[in-house]
Design a protein around this ligand. Structure first.
Ligand code: BTN
Length: 269
C-alpha cells in the first residue's frame, strides 16, 4: 500500500459526509494488478462495507466479458468499493452506471450517457462509431453457503488521452480529450462516490424506482435503437424498448419482446 496522493485525500475529505460509507477506509496503490482483485481479497478478510481501493495504474485491469481494462499510469481513475448490503446487491451495477455518469456530469459538466449494460459513453453525432467510451463498470459478486458475501464494484474512468490498444483506439476517449482542458481526478472521484452512496442508500432502504428512473434518463439509446445481439441462447435483432426493473434490456422483435441479461450487443442506426 502507498500513501494516498494529497489531491485525492483532500477531495475525499471535503466530500466525506456525502460519500460515506464509501471512502471512509481507503487503500491506495501506485500500481497493482487489479483494484477489483485487491478489494475482493480485502472483503474475504472482513474489510467493512464502503472500503475503497484506488490505484494509480493496473497491470491486469479487468473488464466485462473476460476482457482487460487498459490502465496506464497518469491516465485514469481505477477504483473499487466493497458492498455487503444484500438488499442493494441486485441493482448495484445499475447504481454504478448512474453514479459514474452522474458523478462525471456533476464534476465536469460533460453530458455523458449510459449505454446498456453499463458503458459510460460520449455521443459522437452520426459519426461512426456512434459513441466513444469514457468509462466502464465491473461488478463481481462472491457467495458462500449462506448466500451473498459481498459485491466488489469497480470503475475505470479515462482521464487523459493514452496510447490505447488498436482494438479500442477508435472507440475510446478521455475526459480531457472531450473537454479540451485539464481535469483534476479528486473532484471526479468524490462526485462519483457521492452519487453512488446516494443510490446505495435508496437501494438498501428498498427504494428502486428513483434509481431506475435516473438510469433510464441517462440512457436514451436504451429506447428506440436498432440492435443485434448474441447470447448463449443464440442471435437476435430488434429495437430497444427500455429496461425492465431488474436491469434486463428489453428488445421488440418480430416475435415479441425479448429480455437480454448479458451478451454482446451490436448497435445499428
Ligand atoms: C468494462 O469492461 O467496461 C468494465 C471495466 C471496469 C474497469 C475497472 S478499473 C477499476 C476496477 N478494477 C478492475 O480490474 N476493473 C475495474
Amino acid at each position: 500500500m502507498n500513501p494516498l496522493p494529497p489531491d485525492l485525500a483532500a477531495a475525499l475529505h471535503r466530500a466525506g459526509e456525502r460519500t460515506a460509507p464509501f471512502g471512509t477506509v481507503v487503500h491506495y496503490f501506485q500500481e497493482t494488478a487489479s483494484t477489483n482483485e485487491v478489494a475482493g481479497a480485502l472483503a474475504e478478510r472482513g474489510a467493512p462495507e464502503g472500503t475503497l481501493v484506488i490505484a494509480g495504474a493496473q497491470t491486469a485491469g479487468r473488464g466485462r466479458l473476460g476482457r482487460g481494462w487498459y490502465s496506464p499510469a497518469d491516465a485514469g481513475l481505477y477504483a473499487s468499493v466493497i458492498c455487503r448490503n444484500r438488499a442493494a446487491a441486485p441493482l448495484l451495477t445499475l447504481a454504478g452506471g448512474v453514479a459514474v455518469a452522474g458523478g462525471v456530469r456533476a464534476a465536469t459538466g460533460l453530458p455523458v450517457e449510459i449505454k446498456w449494460p453499463n458503458d459510460i459513453v460520449v455521443p459522437s453525432g452520426r459519426a461512426s462509431p456512434r459513441w466513444r467510451k469514457l468509462a466502464g463498470i465491473l461488478a463481481e459478486a462472491s457467495s458462500g453457503a449462506d448466500g451473498l458475501q459481498h459485491v466488489v464494484l469497480g470503475f475505470g474512468i479515462n482521464l487523459r488521452p493514452a496510447a490505447y490498444p488498436p482494438a479500442i483506439a477508435d472507440r475510446a476517449t478521455s475526459l480531457e480529450t472531450e473537454l479540451g482542458r485539464a481535469v483534476e481526478p479528486g473532484p471526479v472521484l468524490a462526485e462519483v462516490l457521492a452519487a453512488f452512496a446516494e443510490a446505495f442508500r435508496d437501494l438498501a432502504a428498498g427504494q428502486r424506482q428513483g434509481l431506475l428512473d435516473r438510469w433510464r434518463a441517462l440512457a436514451p439509446s436504451a429506447t428506440g435503437s436498432r440492435i443485434t445481439w448474441e447470447t448463449d441462447e443464440g442471435r437476435g435483432e430488434g429495437t430497444t424498448c427500455g429496461i425492465a426493473d431488474d436491469g434486463a434490456l428489453l428488445v421488440r422483435t418480430a416475435r415479441g419482446t425479448s429480455r437480454i441479461i448479458s451478451g454482446e450487443i451490436t448497435w445499428r442506426r
